[in-house]
Write a new protein. Structure first.
Length: 328
């Protein structure tokens, strides 16, 4: 079984990785022009999550433009999905969508059966979902700066909730904790819903849920919103400042979704797939459907996705290591 140690020098492999993607061959534009000659398979996570939504919207859009059906193939477990995709033929007929967990999970496990850098060719970023910093209304802080001051005055007394260990709401809290220099205690839950319920009940003080989980409770007065975790203000959380502009410059932690194909897929096919996927993502109706699911479109080039992976693995890898986070 192939194994990859995230503590190794992954940064050193990236130049060779990019060169391999750009030089993957032998392939000519004729290869892309003759594609597709049969239906495509889109691997993704179990029903209901952001990866599944991304796969279904993209698959439906592609099926209407490339002349072949794109069949969504749901699998349980991100590691299983990635391992299956890594072993698929690099012929442009197997794609997969997954969240940024794909390239962060190796930092949280001793071993993984895939290498996020060497085993996949990036096609495009799909979108991002920001988190919202919320507290129970009883917490004596009406701004993020006041919350940080309160946490510094009461080290170890405030808790922050998240769903499963290693998921983005957990990482958002750990990054906040590290950058603010505060001691708040992580309490993990099996699911985000259970975590939100305990924050609403006042048993936990702080959380970083996504906008769809947070804002209805904020509007009902059950939670107080302080800031959004994206680098720029988000249409998904209108009126909220970013964590960065509220006192922690450089803070950003969002869930990202992307589409990949197996490594060694000819560059001509990767580029053709990128054009087709980006065309689907740029449709106004697709934008609206993603927004309704608390995701903002972030279409990119293959190189743009590769660059994002590299920077996020370096940045968030440090956070994961410092907090000793282990995936559940």
């Amino acid at each position: 079984m192939k194994k990859w140690d995230a503590r190794g020098t992954f940064a050193a492999t990236f130049p060779a990785f990019i060169a391999a993607v750009l030089a993957a061959a032998p392939a000519t534009e004729a290869v892309a022009q003759n594609w597709p000659a049969k239906p495509l398979r889109m691997l993704t996570a179990e029903l209901g999550g952001g990866s599944d939504l991304s796969a279904r919207l993209i698959a439906a859009g592609l099926s209407g433009t490339i002349g072949q059906q794109v069949i969504v193939d749901n699998r349980v477990g991100g590691v299983i999905i990635a391992e299956t995709a890594a072993k698929a033929a690099p012929d442009g007929y197997t794609l997969f969508t997954y969240s940024s967990t794909l390239w962060l999970i190796p930092f949280m496990r001793r071993e993984t059966p895939y290498d996020p850098v060497k085993d996949f060719a990036p096609v495009s970023l799909i979108g991002s979902s920001p988190m919202v910093l919320v507290t129970h209304p009883s917490v004596a802080a009406t701004s993020m700066k006041e919350l940080i001051a309160l946490a510094k005055a009461k080290p170890g007394e405030l808790n922050f909730a998240s769903g499963p260990s290693g998921a983005i709401p957990h990482l958002a809290g750990e990054l906040f904790k590290a950058m603010a220099g505060i001691d708040i205690v992580h309490i993990g839950y099996k699911g985000v819903g259970l975590a939100v319920t305990d924050v609403i009940g006042g048993r936990i003080q702080i959380m970083f849920p996504n906008a769809s989980a947070a804002l209805p409770q904020v509007k009902a007065g059950r939670l107080r919103a302080h800031a959004v975790s994206s680098a720029k203000p988000s249409a998904l959380a209108p009126g909220l400042p970013t964590v960065a502009e509220s006192g922690l410059p450089g803070y950003e932690c969002v869930a990202m979704y992307a589409v990949f194909v197996p490594a060694k897929t000819p560059a001509a096919l990767v580029n053709r797939l990128n054009r087709e996927v980006v065309q689907v993502l740029n449709r106004p109706d697709i934008h609206e459907k993603f927004l309704s699911a608390s995701t903002e479109i972030v279409a990119s080039s293959p190189q743009g996705l590769a660059d994002t992976m590299k920077s996020e693995m370096a940045r968030m890898g440090r956070v994961i290591k410092a907090a000793n986070i282990r995936a559940e």
